[in-house]
Design a protein around this ligand. Structure first.
Ligand code: HEC
Ligand code: HEC
Ligand code: HEC
Ligand code: HEC
Ligand code: HEC
Length: 264
């Protein structure tokens, strides 16, 4: 059917055109939302790096450096955050040197046990962890030069790199992941008018994570029943923001979740 444009509509369109050209078009991206605050961005070779300092300095030794990008090349998140029981928040896991030496946490078998990787016995090994340097080991970032790129976070498209088998992280130590192939992609419709939905792909996530990493602590298992699931809370570190603020691609990368957001 041909579009009929009456005089009133034509005038409205003209007015809209003038206004739209006069005001700069909104651009979706970091820093353009006075009502939202994003964490400060880190250089790509430090994104996901943390300093663990729950007990170190109190006991007269420097904080422990830990780099996610260096470790996720070798292990999936589920190995550490499900099997080894590290929490998704720095300084909340009760890691101690005694536990490390007894084969837990960093000292688990296949990890810093003195065989698979340097252990907890003596110097200079202590300083490889206890150096208080957030950027420790970043010269190795150059080894990822061939990985597919993206704009934010580590500037590495981890999903594409994985699909291309550029690295092959270990998926489990002793707790074999269940053979469920739950690959439903959920469309999460925002409550705001005119905002394209966010998509949540189970398939991409279960390559890295265990169902237990998200259900039931972060999300209910029934779609749209997780209460107050909004950008403000995502940006406060709840829900998607548990991972997508500090380790997985950051919240400022709107289109990875809302592919139909324009002008970005
Ligand atoms: C080799 C082990 C290991 C792997 C693999 C790993 N993590 Fe971590 N992660 C840790 C440790 C250790 C901590 C700090 C825990 C603490 O201090 O309580 C941590 C902390 C975190 C935090 C909190 C960061 C902060 O600033 O508070 C998030 C989020 C996180 N990890 C997500 C992930 C995701 C997502 C993956 C997979 C892409 C992953 N981790 C892979 C060991 C690992
Ligand atoms: C593979 C990494 C790693 C190595 C190697 C390592 N540590 Fe630790 N160590 C940790 C982590 C992680 C913690 C928990 C830190 C925190 O929460 O502040 C810790 C905690 C400590 C603490 C705090 C108090 C306690 O007893 O838990 C001391 C002291 C300590 N380590 C000494 C050492 C010494 C000495 C060495 C070398 C002989 C060493 N560590 C080697 C990772 C390591
Ligand atoms: C990691 C995924 C993810 C990223 C990245 C992301 N969002 Fe969202 N966004 C969501 C989810 C999930 C919701 C809630 C949908 C619902 O209501 O169920 C949401 C909701 C919204 C809403 C509706 C208002 C509200 O608070 O619920 C707006 C507006 C929005 N996003 C804009 C953006 C913009 C702009 C960016 C980039 C700066 C962005 N989002 C980045 C996942 C994401
Ligand atoms: C990274 C986090 C994450 C992981 C890992 C995860 N889920 Fe989910 N799941 C979600 C989110 C987000 C929702 C939607 C929640 C909402 O809308 O309230 C959801 C919803 C569901 C639903 C309800 C879907 C519907 O249409 O109502 C089922 C069933 C489910 N997940 C099963 C699983 C299973 C099985 C696994 C492991 C194979 C798994 N999930 C792993 C985040 C996750
Ligand atoms: C427990 C950690 C965790 C939570 C919670 C989480 N994600 Fe993710 N997500 C990841 C990891 C790890 C990846 C792999 C890509 C990366 O690290 O950048 C990923 C990948 C994705 C991708 C795939 C992008 C692609 O390139 O294929 C989308 C889309 C996504 N997440 C959206 C969401 C949304 C929406 C939510 C909230 C409803 C959410 N995620 C919650 C960890 C998480």
């Amino acid at each position: 059917m041909p579009l009929k444009t009456g005089p009133v509509t034509a005038l409205a369109l003209l007015l809209w055109g003038v206004l739209a050209c006069a005001s700069p078009s909104p651009s979706w991206g970091e820093g353009n939302y006075p009502w939202w605050s994003f964490p400060p961005s880190l250089p790509p070779d430090e994104y996901g790096n943390i300093l663990i300092n729950r007990t170190s300095e109190k006991n007269g030794i420097k904080a422990v450096t830990f780099s996610h990008w260096r470790h996720r090349l070798k292990f999936t998140c589920r190995v550490c955050h499900f099997e080894l029981e590290f929490n998704f928040k720095v300084n909340t896991t009760e890691i101690s040197e005694a536990a490390n030496k007894a084969g837990k946490f960093c000292g688990a078998a296949n990890c810093h046990d003195g065989k698979a990787a340097f252990g907890h016995d003596q110097q200079p090994n202590c300083d490889k962890c206890h150096n208080g340097n957030l950027g420790y080991g970043k010269e190795k970032y150059g080894e990822l030069a061939k990985f597919p790129k993206t704009k934010l976070g580590n500037e590495i498209d981890w999903m594409r790199a994985m699909r291309r088998h550029l690295f092959k992280p270990v998926r489990y130590f002793s707790i074999v992941p269940p053979e469920v192939t739950y690959d439903k992609t959920l469309s999460l419709q925002a409550e705001w008018y005119n905002i394209p939905p966010a998509f949540f792909p189970h398939k991409a996530h279960i390559r890295w994570l265990d169902c237990n990493n998200c259900h039931p602590d972060i999300f209910n298992i029934k779609k749209k029943t997780t209460k107050h699931f909004s950008m403000v809370l995502n940006l406060k570190g709840d829900f998607c923001g548990v991972c997508h603020l500090s380790v997985a691609f950051p919240m400022s990368d709107c289109r990875k979740c809302h592919p139909d957001i324009k002008d970005y």
